[in-house]
Design a protein around this ligand. Structure first.
Ligand code: FAD
Length: 296
């Protein structure tokens, strides 16, 4: 079991000036203290915390970038977890974070009971989010509830009319996903195993012709199954496939670096199987009707 339980990695507050990177040349910025300005249940299993506080100069590039939250754990320390920039209004100094309320875990527990005025910390910077490739003619987003905030942020960033599909396994199926794209949303009910239905549906998807992108965020094992299919069975180019484990079954604080690339035959290597196998031709995914789907 891996667990990232940390205090302030910088050992205290230092104001907001950058300090030289420690080993590896990576910049570490002091944490920012934030407090809950509003807590709103978006659905039974999703709560949105809007926070304010030390957000001056905090940056969020791209759609659905991620950062760390530091919340109390049961042992009286801090647990570090990864969350998505759902919305960031630099002028107003407000950051919205949507928390999935799964059964266990300090972050979910914190969000479940969070009230206006509660304080916690976030990392000094956020990692850049998704940017659509200039020649992409379509996009498919595959996600569970934990990655739904990223899907919502990406959907809001897509160009008008772009053929887009979101395949989402979530217990809450009444959430609106706003987009100017020609977005079709297909909701899947969770089965017995987390993300099993999501993986099955992803493997059965018929992708549109032409250059496009597939973005995947879900449980680690399901993500690998989907990634293998996209790269191996369909032979999609690796640069058009964006996969990341958002959590791992039975593991607390799973790494946010898990893209599944380790299963491709070596770091960063991708071995498209079935050489020359083209993507499955499809009726335009964006023209298919979704069951129970909804978008704005
Ligand atoms: C780039 C990135 C962005 C993310 N953005 C968001 C976001 O915006 N909103 C969000 O809700 N989550 C997001 N996540 C997922 C979140 O970081 C994990 O779910 C995290 O494990 C939650 O921490 P916790 O303290 O609640 O549970 P942990 O202490 O990490 O885990 C406790 C137990 O709960 C299980 N568990 C963890 N997460 C889930 C889950 N989602 N569903 C079911 N069981 C789970 C674990 O397997 C473990 O057994 C993101 C992850 C990544 C990598």
């Amino acid at each position: 079991m891996t667990q990232e339980m940390v205090g302030n990695a910088d050992g205290g507050r230092r104001g907001h000036a950058q300090r030289p990177a420690g080993g590896g040349g990576r910049q570490r910025l002091p944490h920012r203290k934030v407090r809950v300005a509003s807590a709103q249940r978006l659905s039974e299993h999703l709560v949105e915390l809007v926070v304010e506080g030390e957000l001056d100069g905090w940056q969020a590039a791209g759609a659905g970038g991620h950062f760390k939250v530091f919340v109390p754990d049961q042992a009286g320390g801090q647990a570090m977890r990864t969350y998505t920039v759902r919305r960031f209004d630099a002028d107003a100094g407000r950051l919205a974070i949507d928390f999935a309320l799964h059964d266990e875990g300090p972050a979910a527990a914190f969000a479940r009971t969070a009230a206006v005025g509660d304080e916690f910390e976030i990392s000094g910077l956020s990692r850049p989010g998704f940017e659509l490739g200039g020649d992409s003619e379509w996009i498919v987003l595959i996600a569970d509830l934990s990655a739904l905030p990223a899907v919502c942020a990406i959907a809001e960033s897509l160009p008008a009319g772009l053929p887009a599909m979101a395949l989402v396994e979530a217990p809450d199926q009444q959430l609106a996903i706003a987009s100017d794209a020609a977005l079709v949303v297909r909701w899947l009910e969770a089965g017995q195993e987390p993300c099993q239905r999501l993986a099955e549906a992803a493997l059965a998807l018929a992708l549109p012709e032409g250059p496009g992108e597939v973005w995947v965020g879900c449980e680690a094992a399901a993500m690998r199954t989907i990634r293998r299919h996209l790269l191996g069975d369909l032979g999609l180019p690796a640069q058009r496939v964006h996969t990341r484990a958002y959590w791992k079954r039975g593991v607390a604080g799973h790494s946010d670096h898990d893209t599944g690339a380790d299963a491709d035959g070596g770091p960063g290597r991708v071995e498209p199987g079935g050489a020359g196998t083209p993507p499955v031709l499809a009726a335009d995914a964006a023209s298919a009707h979704s069951e129970g789907g909804r978008h704005e």
